[in-house]
Design a protein around this ligand. Structure first.
Ligand SMILES: [Fe+2]
Ligand SMILES: [Fe+2]
Length: 165
């Protein structure tokens, strides 16, 4: 396939980027809800926070299972991947605290806000450094990886939605 068409095709990074945009929007919606003290808002915050946790858990898992290992094999410099994995681990701690919380109070809001800031930072590093390096690595077939990520994502979404229903 000629390089010109290959470049315009959505790849693994575009899929991950669209997840990033989706959760960013969810964090924004959450922030809006924190302005209201109503009981409906509390219920909506509880649901939205759980949705954010699910999205992030699935996203982190497809990166860890498919994207990061492929990059690790293809890139010389893997420091960024080490950092990314450490960041995932800390995010998961916070996600677990949010999932286990019983009270939807100010402390809960703070946890979601901090998670949002944390993810924002992590996503910037992926976009500016990791994705750039991945796209420059000739050995990686990011177009094929996109399908792999999409399939695994669907599978995990189904598994985890059943598990929490
Ligand atoms: Fe990540
Ligand atoms: Fe990501």
């Amino acid at each position: 396939m000629p390089a010109t068409t290959a470049r315009s095709q959505p790849d693994a990074c575009s899929l991950l980027e669209s997840d990033h945009r989706k959760v960013k929007k969810m964090f924004k919606d959450y922030e809006e809800l924190t302005k209201s003290r109503s009981r409906t808002a509390t219920q909506q915050k509880r649901d939205l926070a759980q949705e954010i946790c699910l999205e992030l858990t699935v996203h982190a898992q497809i990166e860890e299972e498919i994207f990061y290992p492929a990059l690790r094999a293809a890139l010389k410099e893997t420091d960024l991947l080490d950092e990314a994995e450490v960041e995932h681990a800390s995010a998961k701690d916070l996600i677990a605290q949010i999932q286990d919380a019983t009270e939807i109070d100010d402390k809960f809001d703070a946890k979601v806000t901090v998670l949002g800031e944390y993810i924002d930072h992590h996503v910037k590093e992926e976009r500016n450094e990791i994705f750039t390096k991945a796209r420059a690595a000739k050995k990686l077939d990011l177009i094929a990886m996109r399908d792999q990520l999409a399939m695994r994502k669907e599978e995990l979404m189904e598994e985890m939605t059943v598990a929490t229903a």
